[in-house]
Design a protein around this ligand. Structure first.
Ligand code: NAD
Length: 252
């Protein structure tokens, strides 16, 4: 039977590239995003794809998403908790609401995704794979990104904990840690840097690339290749890992 994957935050950026790669790999994919219009547009571009609206910070909405996908496709094999947000704020300026919003999406979103997928895998009595979006920020903190990094450290911890708790059911749980990826999220950050420094986005990309061993920004497709591997049978014996794929920025 054709395998089924849910990818949250798949209307744009890294999630969209993951969805496209998994279709190439032979999956049927559920493109789930809070921005439903972008989910529909992405699903329209791909074969074997359907669009869903979800706010991953909403526990019931994530469980309903899994139920609906199983009604539509018959099963679930891979859950990719990709949706995330960032906020560039110094810690001393961080309002409680901003901190809460980061944790609501990046951490609770992953928690609810793990819970809903694990419940479905157990109902099916099948092996399953859960793959979470972390970041190089899960290992190393950049100025103004401490709040964001705190959420990604938390994703790494949820990934390890879930791997231990779900391993006996043959459910694997891993995370991917991209570096500087050309997506709408990164573009907004680069625009801020360019405004602050009186430069252009292109100049910021050129300067940032000097900090990357491979001397180029990461493409969403670079991340999708790693997720493709983690979603495949080749990764059956890997669990609890947060795998860095950043072109050489941090070294673990
Ligand atoms: N871009 C990077 O350089 C980079 C680096 C490391 C990690 N990441 C992580 O990769 C993931 C994807 O990042 P991206 O750069 O593609 O981001 P993006 O902002 O370009 O796209 C994110 C998508 O998630 C959706 N989304 C946001 N909040 C949501 C919610 N509450 N519920 C459902 N969908 C929601 C958005 O509508 C959007 O379509 C994130 O978890 C991010 O933290 C990105």
């Amino acid at each position: 039977m054709t395998k089924v994957a849910i990818i949250t935050g798949a209307g744009k950026g890294i999630g969209k590239a993951i969805a496209s790669q998994l279709v190439t790999d032979g999956f049927q994919v559920a493109i789930a995003d809070m921005d439903y219009a972008s989910a529909v547009a992405t699903a329209d571009e791909l074969a074997n794809a359907r669009a869903y609206r979800v706010n991953v910070a909403d526990h019931d909405a994530v469980f309903q998403l899994v139920d609906q996908v199983v009604r539509d496709f018959g099963q679930l094999d891979v859950m990719i908790n990709n949706a995330g947000i960032t906020k560039e704020i110094l810690l001393e300026d961080m309002a409680g609401d901003d901190f809460q919003a980061l944790f609501d999406v990046n951490v609770k979103g992953v928690l609810f995704g793990i819970q809903a997928a694990a419940a479905q895998f157990k109902r099916q009595g099948s092996h399953g794979k859960i793959i979470n979006a972390a970041s190089i920020g899960a290992y190393s903190v950049a100025e103004k990104h401490s709040g964001y990094s705190a959420t990604k450290f938390a994703v790494r911890s949820l990934t390890q904990g879930a791997a231990k708790e779900l391993g006996a059911d043959q459910i694997t749980v891993n995370a991917y840690c991209p570096g500087y990826v050309e997506t709408p999220m990164m573009n907004a950050i680069l625009q801020n840097y360019a405004e602050q420094n009186g430069t252009t986005v292109e100049e910021e990309i050129a300067r940032g690339s000097q900090r990357i061993a491979l001397r180029r920004p990461e493409k969403p497709e670079d991340v999708a290749q790693v997720v493709s591997f983690l979603a495949s049978e080749k990764a059956d014996y890997i669990t609890g890992q947060a795998i860095v794929a950043d072109g050489g920025v941090i070294y673990k």
